[in-house]
Design a protein around this ligand. Structure first.
Ligand code: MLT
Length: 324
């Protein structure tokens, strides 16, 4: 009798679960951006959210939950109900660098269900326009002359913008002042406004302002030039060889989200990434879109794991302290 009751209860729970996944999504979905509005992650999230809405038939609301290099927003996704109504966008520094720096309450690899890689971009070395340098070597000379007072904006301790800055500082043998913000968007506004000197910033954020003449760009942190900005030399060409930083963005949902919902979100993501308008908007921002084979939970998980294996020892050796 007891066994029969348990079997009936399990069957009822199962059909409730099935009903939940069959009607998914039947209310708005939240896409958590762990950095400030107006920055690179926010920009990519909003391009995706707009197109995901068409495929899913529900509004995708972008929520900026900021602070501590993205750890607060990522923790919010880890703790959310695994029902497909909270999605997180993150990237190389939130999901690879942060565990080497912060005492996290979540496991970046195992507390999430991966959906897909969505876009990848290198950084640009940029400065305010009043700095009297016309190429990277002149910038390095200016930094050396002005060292101890050169200010560099970052999106927080351990953010991609910070890691490249530390690499630059160590390579040229100076001490820079890193100023943390809640995202690269507000930090870049202060470079444009002249309150900060430099930034190592994702192309998605700074490229439009380089084109508009509001920033100087000296190099791209990649082995090859950006198709969207072929006039900017690579770090190898410009004289800072080997500073390759590639910030890949991806989507995750909380651990335990039903497989059917992950599959639904993957299909919507693939539709978005196949849309010529989305592709053009991302390409104009210097983003490389992953191939169809790379657009899968398995590919994201494998890439994520390989990046953790590669970068954790390197970042730990840098000795970066968390934000206080
Ligand atoms: C942001 O959106 O602020 C960035 O993704 C931060 C960063 O470049 O690390």
């Amino acid at each position: 009798m007891t066994k029969l009751l348990i079997a009936l209860a399990l069957a009822a729970g199962c059909s409730f679960g099935n009903a939940q996944t069959q009607t998914y999504p039947n209310r708005p979905i939240t896409l958590v951006v762990p950095f400030a509005a107006g920055g690179p992650t926010d920009t990519i999230a909003r391009i995706m959210a707009e197109r995901l809405r068409q495929s899913l038939g529900q509004t995708v609301v972008v929520e900026n939950t900021t602070g501590a290099a993205g750890t607060i927003g990522v923790a919010r996704v880890a703790r959310a109900a695994p029902d497909g109504y909270t999605i997180g966008i993150g990237h190389w520094s939130t999901h690879v660098v942060n565990p080497a720096i912060y005492p996290l309450q979540y496991d970046v690899l195992n507390d999430f269900e991966p959906i897909s890689l969505i876009a990848d971009n290198p950084q640009l070395v940029v400065s305010k326009t009043s700095i009297p340098a016309n190429n990277l070597q002149e910038l390095i000379a200016w930094v050396k002359q002005n060292q101890d007072k050169v200010s560099v904006g970052t999106a927080g301790a351990g953010a991609a913008s910070h890691i490249s800055g530390v690499y630059f500082q160590n390579t040229i043998g100076v001490k820079l002042q890193f100023i943390p913000y809640r995202g690269a968007g507000p930090a870049l506004q202060d470079v444009i406004g002249g309150q900060l000197d430099l930034m190592f910033d994702q192309a998605a954020n700074s490229l439009p302002h380089v084109r508009g003449g509001k920033l100087k760009a000296y190099a791209v942190t990649a082995k090859v030039r950006l198709p969207a900005a072929p006039e900017i030399p690579t770090v190898d060409e410009a004289g800072l060889p080997g500073l390759y930083i590639s910030i890949w963005h991806a989507l995750w949902v909380p651990k335990g989200t039903p497989k059917e919902i992950v599959t639904r979100l993957l299909a919507a993501t693939r539709e978005a990434l196949a849309d010529p308008t989305v592709r053009k908007r991302l390409a104009d921002l210097g983003q490389e879109i992953p191939s169809l084979e790379q657009q899968s939970p398995e590919a994201l998980r494998a890439h994520h794991k390989a990046e953790l294996d590669k970068w954790l020892p390197i970042i730990k050796a840098m000795g970066i302290k968390p934000e206080g």
